[in-house]
Design a protein around this ligand. Structure first.
Ligand SMILES: Cc1cc2nc3c(=O)[nH]c(=O)nc-3n(C[C@H](O)[C@H](O)[C@H](O)COP(=O)(O)O)c2cc1C
Length: 382
């Protein structure tokens, strides 16, 4: 598999599988328990069909949308994800530059491997910081302050990782951050020499937002699930979210909202956006999918807050379906992470280019000249 032959997410996935040692590939690719929710996240889009309108004069179309106060050129963005320099040495820098080139949002994770300051300085496209609330309040506050100083545009507070999901593939492969050499993983590292040499001899791995506060995950090997369970603050509640929202004072998103009740509360505490998300099926297996929950959440709060459909997206037509139900935009992780792992920044650019072409073609075939032209009349459930 080569980058030039990657036209869709399964093909990028194949490329990533080829390039990455097994434990790292399965960390990206895997999900919780039986991975039912993970599979359903994408399958949910097949339960309904697009109904096009024709003869709409679609020579020029406008794919832009405004999310969290920023106009972006595409109605999809790159969700914040952890450990990107482990997947490819371009890491967050490559992802951020690709997002900038395609004029869309991207996010840096609390478990990112490039610093808030560097990204703030180098990248001008809208950027969000994904916040995990740690037991160590000093650490949580330091990350918020650093985002203020680096002039980030938004904070997305992740609310669906109060404990770690049961990621059984990681238990089988022994995946930890930083990677630990075990007899089993050794073979996998030895058979992927290009990745292994890059990992050993390029810039040292670090968790840039955490390294001054904790050893775990930076110097001490720990599974990400264990990190959540031991380091994050399980007492986090609506009051805590509201306090962070007020302290931050700019665009504030809750990432991992799934119920109408919580969507209403997000509005009440002053959030400006919600990402409807089950963390890509990596947390609560058996939970409903973002796309399945989208319509009722849009009906409840769509006129008060930006509703983003996060997860399962692999095709431009998935984005069109979510927009038809009333999402302001979509976002996702694996669709660009496989591309990053397979070919670095060039891979992410190809994934974005494929997606842009598909959305553009899909909108023309739907007779939609702008994203505002897509509504529920364009969708029928079977
Ligand atoms: C490898 C990987 C790492 C992730 N790391 C984070 C993270 O650090 N913080 C976070 O809020 N979400 C994280 N996510 C979840 C994504 O932000 C997003 O919600 C999810 O990937 C959406 O599902 P999708 O992969 O089907 O698009 C991660 C997802 C993956 C696949």
């Amino acid at each position: 598999m080569r980058l030039k032959h990657c036209f869709n997410t399964p093909q990028f996935r194949k490329l990533a599988k080829q390039r990455l040692p097994g434990p790292i590939f399965h960390y990206i690719d895997g999900a919780a328990d039986d991975e039912v929710t993970y599979r359903r996240n994408t399958q949910a889009f097949d339960d309904c069909d697009l109904v096009p309108n024709v003869l709409a004069g679609v020579e020029e179309i406008d794919m832009s949308t405004t999310v969290m106060g920023k106009k972006i050129d595409l109605p999809i963005f790159l969700s914040p994800t952890a450990l990107q320099r482990l997947f490819h040495h371009d890491g967050e820098r490559g992802v951020a530059r690709a997002a900038e080139k395609y004029g869309t949002w991207f996010g840096i994770s609390s478990l990112g491997t490039v610093s808030i300051e560097e990204v703030g300085e180098a990248i001008s496209t809208p950027k969000m910081f994904q916040l995990y609330v740690h037991k160590d309040k000093g650490l949580t506050n330091s990350m918020i302050q650093r985002c203020k100083d680096a002039d980030f545009d938004a904070i997305a507070l992740t609310v669906d990782t109060i404990v770690g999901g049961n990621r059984e593939r990681d238990l089988v492969t022994g995946f930890t951050s930083p990677p630990r050499l075990t007899p089993r993983s050794l073979i996998s590292f030895a058979t992927h020499p290009q990745w292994t040499l890059n990992h050993l001899f390029r810039e040292k791995f670090e968790l840039s937002q955490l390294k001054d506060y904790v050893d775990e995950g930076t110097n001490l090997s720990l599974s990400v699930s264990d990190y959540f369970s031991t380091m994050l603050d399980q007492s986090m509640d609506w009051k805590a979210a509201e306090d962070i929202c007020k302290d931050w004072g700019k665009e504030f998103c809750l990432k991992g909202i799934m119920s109408v009740e919580d969507a209403r509360r997000a509005v009440d505490i002053g959030a400006t956006a919600i990402m409807i998300s089950n963390h890509g099926g990596r947390q609560l297996d058996g939970s409903r999918t973002p796309f399945d929950q989208l319509a009722e959440i849009v009906d409840a709060v769509g006129d008060k807050i930006d509703v983003i459909c996060d997860g399962g997206i692999q095709r431009g037509t998935h984005v069109l379906k979510a927009l038809s139900l009333g999402a302001k935009a979509c976002s996702g992780g694996r669709w660009y992470l496989y591309a990053l792992a397979g070919a670095g920044q060039a891979g992410v650019e190809k994934a974005l280019s494929n997606m842009r072409t598909e959305i553009e073609r899909g909108m023309k075939l739907m007779g939609a000249r702008s994203v505002a032209d897509l509504d529920r009349n364009n969708l029928r459930y079977r």
